[in-house]
Design a protein around this ligand. Structure first.
Ligand SMILES: [Zn+2]
Length: 282
């Protein structure tokens, strides 16, 4: 991606280096049921892409409580900070335009970069949860260590792979503004588990498609970017992740969609550049 002198968002909070001393213990086996039960469906929704990563990082290992210190100094390299702030800035431009054209005003989300552990409006944020969007404080939480995971463990390197992750979470913010997250939550409360999962898959695919819409309108795509995005979408599909973690695929338990579905959704947004083409959720 190329942003040149494109504006950095003023809604980017760098909290890296500020926390990390806390260790909740219990690892993910405990965390997931806790998040799910405390926050119900939204708890699962907010995990976003990170939900998939949860199963991958299970056990915590070096991620938990490794930071220590509680120093205040940012640990984010300048180049990465600038990239994140420019991606967010670009989503504000693009969605600002889309909302204006629809006769409305876009209220931007805030992105919080943290290391190891932070407090979100939806409860504890931990690196192992991966990036997520919290509807109640309307913020995106991300530990940049996730990008290393994406590159190394999931084999999806590249700046557009990273931008796709951010734009997917911004997509959840758009859904929050549109009332889609609320509607999905009430639908899930009425439905059984596998039907509820289908509703969630629709929400996640729409967020993927919105990420594509942003990218198409960003004017920042370079050769090879789309391939990077497709590789990422493929790597984090539920079937691919389930095969890796449990050796078998259980479609009823999908929450984000298969690799093929996620690639199709991202591609649809990329080729249409039009959010109304992203009709996966109600
Ligand atoms: Zn998501």
């Amino acid at each position: 991606m190329r942003f040149g002198d494109g504006p950095e968002s003023s809604n980017f909070e760098d909290r890296t280096g500020g926390g990390g001393g806390l260790n909740l213990g219990g690892g993910l086996g405990m965390l997931l049921p806790l998040v799910a039960s405390r926050f119900g469906i939204v708890g699962i929704l907010i995990l976003g892409l990170g939900y998939c990563v949860l199963t991958q990082l299970g056990g915590g290992g070096g991620i938990f409580g490794g930071g220590g210190g509680g120093g205040e100094k940012s640990t984010l390299p300048e180049e990465q900070r600038r990239f994140l702030a420019q991606v967010l800035g670009s989503t504000e431009q693009v969605w600002g335009q889309v909302f204006t054209q629809a006769g409305s005003t876009y209220r931007p989300t805030t992105m919080v970069a943290y290391t190891n552990y932070d407090q979100s409006g939806c409860g504890a944020a931990q690196a192992a949860m991966g990036p997520f969007y919290c509807p109640s404080d309307q913020k995106i939480y991300i530990d940049p260590v996730f990008f290393e995971e994406l590159s190394r463990r999931f084999g999806a390197p590249g700046d557009f792979a990273q931008a796709y992750v951010i734009a997917h979470e911004v997509g959840h913010h758009i859904q929050n503004l549109e009332g889609t997250l609320d509607r999905a939550q009430s639908a899930q409360a009425r439905l059984g588990e596998s039907e509820g999962n289908q509703v969630q898959v629709g929400v996640e695919l729409q967020a993927d498609c919105y990420a594509g819409v942003w990218a198409a309108r960003s004017g920042a795509l370079e050769a090879g970017d789309i391939e990077e995005g497709m590789r990422a979408a493929e790597a984090i599909g539920d079937d691919t992740l389930q095969k890796q973690t449990q050796g078998r695929v259980v479609p009823e338990s999908f929450t984000h969609g298969s690799s093929a579905q996620r690639m199709e959704a991202l591609r649809r947004g990329l080729s249409s550049g039009n959010p109304s083409s992203c009709n996966y959720a109600r």
